[in-house]
Write a protein that binds this ligand. Structure first.
Ligand code: F6R
Length: 242
């Protein structure tokens, strides 16, 4: 695993964006696995700048997002569809038909999960998967569990995730209780993985996930077995690992 230490959030965002930019330049029709949450917002801004300056062209890029809340429509400002359009897609030249996100409005979980796995398979798999890290070690919405989930599946969110995400909703009661997420096997099948972390609140889980035992109780710990992982973090998030 490569670890890139940044002095602050802006530098973390720049370093991570550089790695994504390199992927897009080297393989213009690459498949980017994308994440939502607070951590990647700065790196998305950097990618937008790269596009505006004429350094990056997303016209052939395909994307596959990690997850989506079940029950939220695209128009809901808390859906991950909405997030991706607001924070990245509307400001770059990626084609709408080349972007993929699980459809939270499909009630039939088995059908939607099978469809999404087929989408990723048809894309030829993910070249570079971007991941944030949950405080409980979740990646995507793969929550601590007794075993590692494989393909796309529908999960019940844990109390700690509902608690962490309620800041975006009017109240904790408004946070959806379920989500569709790529599974651990799908994430591990990506050719490269880029994890971004910032802030002191992530320091303990960074230590556990990357230097503790590999266990489904800390889903991100499985990344220790992936051959090409880059962790980009600010000093605060990396403070407990060296
Ligand atoms: C989002 C996702 C989540 C987040 C994680 C960290 O698509 O898959 O696993 O990456 O919850 O969220 P932030 O970045 O808000 O700390």
């Amino acid at each position: 695993m490569r670890i890139l230490k940044a002095k602050d959030y802006l530098e973390m965002s720049r370093k991570a964006a550089n790695l994504i930019a390199a992927q897009v330049i080297m393989k213009p029709d690459c498949v980017l696995g994308l994440a939502t949450g607070s951590t990647p917002i700065g790196l998305y801004q950097q990618l937008i700048q790269g596009y505006q300056q004429g350094d990056l062209d997303f016209s052939q890029v395909r994307t596959a997002n990690l997850d989506e809340y079940k029950g939220l429509t695209r128009e809901n400002d808390q859906s991950y569809y909405y997030f991706m359009h607001q924070n990245l897609f509307k400001s770059i030249n990626v084609k709408e038909e080349n972007t993929n996100i699980p459809d939270g409005t499909v009630a039939d979980s088995a059908a939607e999960c099978a469809r999404y796995d087929e989408v990723i398979r048809a894309l030829g798999g993910v070249d570079l998967q971007l991941l944030g890290l949950g405080h409980n070690g979740h990646i995507g919405f793969n929550e601590p569990a007794d075993s590692f989930a494989k393909g796309t599946h529908c999960v019940d969110l844990t109390e700690s995730t509902i608690e962490a995400n309620k800041r975006f909703f009017a109240s904790a009661d408004d946070v959806p209780r379920q989500a569709y997420t790529m599974g651990i096997q799908t994430i591990m099948s990506a050719r490269k993985i880029l994890v971004v972390v910032n802030g002191e609140a992530k320091a303990d889980i960074v230590q556990k996930a990357f230097f503790g035992p590999v266990t489904p109780q800390v889903p991100a710990s499985i990344l220790q077995f992936h051959p090409d992982v880059t962790l980009v973090g600010d000093e605060a998030a990396l403070s407990k690992i060296n």
